[in-house]
Design a protein around this ligand. Structure first.
Ligand code: KIV
Ligand code: ZN
Length: 351
């Protein structure tokens, strides 16, 4: 990595990803995916929501037992019984994080929680203090932050950092935000919260308007230093920000970002295929980075350009994300150079 700051990659394929209807995974499948994520050098693996079921508890415990080089995280509502369950599941971990959340938007507080803002603030602080009894690594999320009042967010976040939260995650829970506005929110929080320097600020975006990656990157440009994401963009409803897109955007555009992840990007394809195979969720052919066509060239002009100099039409090397190489597809738009090259590969030479 260069001298730029570290961007922490927090993978939530095993938790938010599993919330995709039809994407449930067994304990052993979760362990297989966690090992692939660890090999890719993901910083934090959110393994599940232990209070949700006995199966989820056992999966988090199994991941915590097997993973040594990534921090293993478990999710909990801001409730003592949830936090105690996560604490128990994470006992075997080398490095354990508790992620606790409570909603802060007016609609969630009024309609879902039926709590006043003051009660929410008090419960958030209590939850963080409780989580700190199990580990020094505590993340707090004000759920639906993207639709919360900024002044109230500032009060809650300042209080939970004082209570011991070390990561503050800003979720756009319903995928409502727009990149400029979401980046401005991140900047505003970092500027206004007096103890903001005592925590890492994180981002967690959903893809309801197809903006999860753009919103996450806008937050990074405005000071976030952790991104929560999933392999292939799996996740609740339209999904989360896709890990492979975040990581490759930041790595490819080092002229724009003053941070980078520690990931071994050559493991991306292995992780993508593993998650797709286990969940049965196919990857669309034109999906960025991991789609079958992401490095395929069909038109004659593009093929001729790539054969002469790869950079004419490619901004990343296929090998850098784990593909064996780019490929030239012979179709009705192909040209002479591609045809001649393919014949040569087949050992057929023209005079
Ligand atoms: O989308 C969301 O708000 C979440 C939280 C639990 C972080 O998944
Ligand atoms: Zn989410």
């Amino acid at each position: 990595m260069s001298s730029s700051e570290q961007l922490i990659i927090f993978d939530t394929t095993l938790r938010d990803g599993e919330q995709s209807p039809g994407a449930s995974m067994t304990r052993d499948e979760k362990v297989r995916i966690a090992k692939a994520l660890e090999k890719m050098r993901v910083n934090v693996i959110e393994a599940g929501f232990p209070i949700a079921s006995q199966g989820d508890f056992e999966a988090v415990q199994a991941v915590a037992t097997q993973i040594k080089d990534s921090t293993v995280c478990g999710l909990s509502r801001a409730l003592d019984k949830d936090i105690e369950r996560v604490g128990e599941a994470l006992k075997p971990a080398n490095s354990a994080r508790i992620h606790t959340f409570i909603a802060t938007s007016p609609i969630h507080m009024k309609e879902k929680l039926r709590m006043s803002p003051e009660q929410v603030l008090e419960q958030a602080v209590h939850a963080v203090k409780k989580a700190r009894q199990f580990t020094d690594d505590v993340e707090f999320s004000p759920e639906d932050a993207g639709r919360s009042d900024a002044d109230f967010l500032c009060r809650v976040i300042e209080a939970v950092i004082d209570a011991g939260a070390t990561t503050i995650n800003i979720p756009d829970t319903v995928g409502y935000n727009i990149p400029m506005q979401f980046g401005a929110l991140m900047r505003d929080l970092l500027n206004r919260i007096p103890n903001a320097d005592k925590a890492v600020f994180s981002v967690h975006c959903h893809n309801d308007l197809g903006l999860a990656v753009a919103n996450s990157l806008s937050a990074v440009l405005n000071g976030a230093r952790q991104v929560e994401c999933t392999i292939n963009g799996l996740g609740e409803r339209a999904g989360n920000a896709a890990l492979e897109e975040i990581v490759m955007a930041v790595r490819t555009r080092q002229d724009v970002f003053n941070c980078d992840s520690r990931l071994d990007t050559t493991q991306i394809m292995t992780c993508s295929k593993l998650v797709s195979g286990i969940t049965g969720f196919p990857v669309q052919p034109n999906k960025a980075v991991v789609g079958a066509n992401a490095f395929a060239h069909e038109s004659g002009i593009h093929q001729d350009g790539v054969l002469k100099s790869r950079e004419t039409y490619e901004i990343m090397r296929a090998e850098d994300v784990g593909w064996s190489a780019n490929h030239i597809v012979l179709g009705k738009h192909s040209g002479r150079n591609a045809f001649r090259t393919r014949l040569k590969e087949l050992g057929i030479e023209f005079a």
